[in-house]
Write a protein that binds this ligand. Structure first.
Ligand code: TRP
Ligand code: SF4
Length: 324
């Protein structure tokens, strides 16, 4: 039997190069070896109550990016979290075996308390319990995530151990499957590429828009003048060249250090390479975007397939917990 993979992403809308290089390409590859379930976690999006009016369009745009990138609905289950409401029941049931002290020490929770002190709601504390419910509802063996999610997966494992201990073997302990991809730095050259910071390049941009975004990148501050030698290893443009222009990487480093190439030319070259790499993705995306009904169908079929598994697990849990 192939092992089962589950992963989720909040509906943030169109994805950027960081999402693409970090998570999405890995998700696509995992389909060859595993049975994969990929979920747009719209309920999790509510824990921060940011702009709930865009949830539907964000789901749509992100699904388009997933499909165009090669997430294959014939191989994998793709669905929206709230379309399989069993997860909310499992969340409540798992909350009974989750000590509050475990949740209060989760780093992402502590960050959020600092970030939104005016909105420290009950749902926010329970965020990792809902995430655990996502994973174990499908008895997933492994969860591809970035490093920031490790505390959540560790907590999921603790909840699983506790549940299995009290009620008998029910769930496999899910394992984090770290993406080997290093963090992609944003256009500001400081922070991780992120939509909320606004230092990102969306993968669905046109060639011209991509070039415009790339031209705004902050480069090595030592290069005040065209003749100043640069330090490619600290430059985010160079980092992106590594992924999009691997064949020329040594040459660019050398030309930057000797000031043979200027940052403007270097960025133009990068934009070209990004556009070439994403050409097919963008073509596929445009075709899919013209078929909104098709996208809807994929998500509703995905939810139906997911729900079959979900109902079975939930019935088992209820029976073990004495509700049946
Ligand atoms: N918390 C994850 C994030 O912010 C999203 C998520 C929700 C998730 N449920 C999940 C990831 C289950 C993996 C598995 O990225
Ligand atoms: Fe960065 Fe390229 Fe400028 Fe060197 S030449 S600092 S690698 S943008």
């Amino acid at each position: 039997m192939k092992q089962r993979i589950f992963s989720g992403a909040r509906p943030t809308g169109r994805l950027h190069l960081g999402n693409y290089l970090g998570a999405l390409q890995n998700w696509v590859k995992l389909q060859e070896e595993y049975k994969c379930i990929y979920c747009v976690v719209d309920i999790h999006a509510l824990t921060t109550l940011e702009d709930t009016g865009s949830i539907q369009s964000n789901i749509y745009e992100m699904t388009l990016d997933w499909l165009a990138a090669g997430i294959n609905p014939d191989k994998s289950i793709i669905f929206v979290q709230s379309h399989v409401p069993e997860v909310m029941q499992l969340h409540t049931l798992l909350s009974m075996v989750t000590p509050l002290s475990w949740l209060l020490r989760v780093p992402t929770f502590k960050d959020k308390v600092k970030l939104q002190p005016h909105n420290v709601n009950y749902g926010l504390v329970g965020y990792p319990v809902l995430q655990t419910a996502d994973i174990v509802l499908y008895k997933a063996n492994a969860v591809p995530v970035g490093e920031d999610q490790l505390p959540h997966i560790e907590l999921a494992r603790e909840i699983v151990r506790r549940f299995n201990n009290i009620f008998g073997d029910t769930f496999p302990e899910p394992e984090a499957k770290l993406t080997s991809f290093p963090l992609v730095v944003g256009l500001d050259g400081k922070d991780k590429m992120s939509k909320s910071i606004g230092n990102d390049i969306e993968i669905a941009l046109s060639n011209e828009e991509t070039k415009k975004r790339v031209m705004t990148a902050v480069t090595d501050p030592a290069r005040q003048y065209r003749t100043d030698p640069g330090h490619p290893e600290i430059c985010n443009v160079y980092q992106l060249h590594r992924y999009f222009n691997p064949g020329k990487i040594a040459e660019i480093a050398q030309e930057c250090r000797s000031a043979e190439i200027g940052c403007v030319a270097c960025k133009k070259l990068l934009a070209q390479e990004i556009n070439t790499t994403l050409k097919e993705f963008r073509e596929r995306r445009a075709i899919l975007a013209a078929k909104p009904e098709y996208i809807k169908n994929i998500l509703s079929e995905g939810a139906q397939r997911a729900q079959i598994i979900a109902r079975e697990t939930l019935a088992e849990v209820k029976q073990k917990m004495g509700l049946k």
